[in-house]
Design a binder for this molecule. Structure first.
Ligand SMILES: Cc1ncc(COP(=O)(O)O)c(C=O)c1O
Length: 343
């Protein structure tokens, strides 16, 4: 394929990425009613929010001549990014190599391989996530014809959400005569929270923008690798380069067990089979709504669906703990606010 053909293919794929519906989820917590808004990111081409980032990075790279059609795409990821690059890479004719900690769910590895990409597992002994980043860095010096998306440092990742997710969210709320009071999202690369956050800082300067982190591994609030957790896709042991905490409100901690229980509840009560980080985002939104009041407009994202977690704790019985929020949540109804038309 010529670079112009690749750009044309990306243009066609863009019809299958983004422009997601917004859900209005009505609930009670300990009897007090409220509603949370969530973008349905599980409806993207490969089933996660990371398609937005992969499309944006590849489109930017082709526009700027940073990638050639015979380059191998090499990325470090805890899963969804690998799936997104494997899919888009296949459509564009690129080879794709994914370096990934070896404790990620089996489904993620199999899905990446199903697109013809190669998965290189990295053990805890070899440094896990940080070790994988180091490995790919060294590799880039010794191999030619490679393209490194560098999702943790690439501004095109932030732009995917500043120009996409964020704009869609405010348009969808405005179509209902609403303005956001707060947006919350778990931080993997931080592309979602920074991109939507930058858009909101411009359009709704009073809106709060809270990053979310696992209570068991509070990397954002401590600044260092600490603890372990079960919310795959967020909190990868370090603060990514694209995250500027000075532009954000304080991190909201959510327990991984509570996130699992909430994701289970979203599936069992409303038929929304989402991943663990979506349960986490819902609970963070609930916590912020408790601060701002029941009429506040608090929004978040459901980053992916549950299919990649069938072999994880998501499908097992999770013990209740006193401080959890999810046991007090009753999900009452959902309403869909359609996606805005692509420009
Ligand atoms: C399931 C899931 N949730 C949340 C995130 C975080 O998104 P971001 O990288 O934009 O911070 C990711 C990122 O990979 C993810 O896979």
């Amino acid at each position: 394929m010529l670079p112009t053909d690749c750009r044309r293919t990306l243009g066609k794929l863009s019809a299958l990425i983004g422009h997601t519906p917004l859900l209005e989820l009505c609930y009670t917590h300990d009897g007090v009613p409220g509603r949370i808004f969530a973008k349905c990111e599980q409806m993207n081409l490969t089933g996660s929010i990371k398609d937005r980032m992969a499309l944006s990075i590849l489109d930017h790279a082709y526009r700027e001549g940073l990638i050639q059609p015979d380059d191998t795409i090499i990325e470090v990821t805890s899963g969804n990014t690998g799936i997104a690059f494997a899919a888009l890479g296949a459509a564009l004719g690129h080879r794709v190599e994914i370096y990934m900690p070896d404790w990620m769910s089996r489904e993620r590895v199999d899905i990446i391989r199903s697109y013809g990409a190669t998965v290189v597992p990295v053990t805890r002994e070899a440094g896990g996530f940080v070790g994988a980043l180091r490995l790919v860095d060294e590799l880039a010096d010794t191999r030619s014809h490679v393209f490194l998306p560098l999702q943790f440092a690439n501004q095109a990742n932030v732009d995917a959400h500043r120009l996409g997710t964020g704009v869609e969210l405010t348009q969808q709320l405005a179509s209902e005569g609403l303005r956001p009071d707060a947006f919350v999202a778990g931080v993997g690369t931080g592309g979602t929270i920074m991109g939507v956050g930058l858009h909101l800082r411009k359009t709704h300067p009073l809106a709060r923008v809270h990053p979310v982190e696992p209570a068991e591994s509070p990397v954002l609030s401590t600044g260092c690798k600490v603890g372990t957790h079960r919310i795959q896709g967020i909190s990868d042991e370090f603060i990514p380069a694209i995250v500027d905490l000075s532009l954000l409100d304080r991190p909201i901690p959510v327990s991984d067990g509570d996130s699992i229980l909430m994701a289970q509840k979203l599936a069992a009560s409303l038929g929304l089979a989402v991943g663990i980080s979506s349960g986490c985002n819902f609970l963070a939104a609930l916590a912020v709504q408790k601060e701002l009041g029941p009429n506040s407009i608090v929004a978040t994202v459901f980053s992916d669906d549950n299919k990649k977690y069938l072999s994880t704790g998501l499908l097992q019985s999770e013990p209740l703990r006193d401080h959890y929020l999810s046991p007090g949540v009753q999900l009452k109804s959902l309403r869909v606010i359609a996606a805005p038309r692509p420009a």
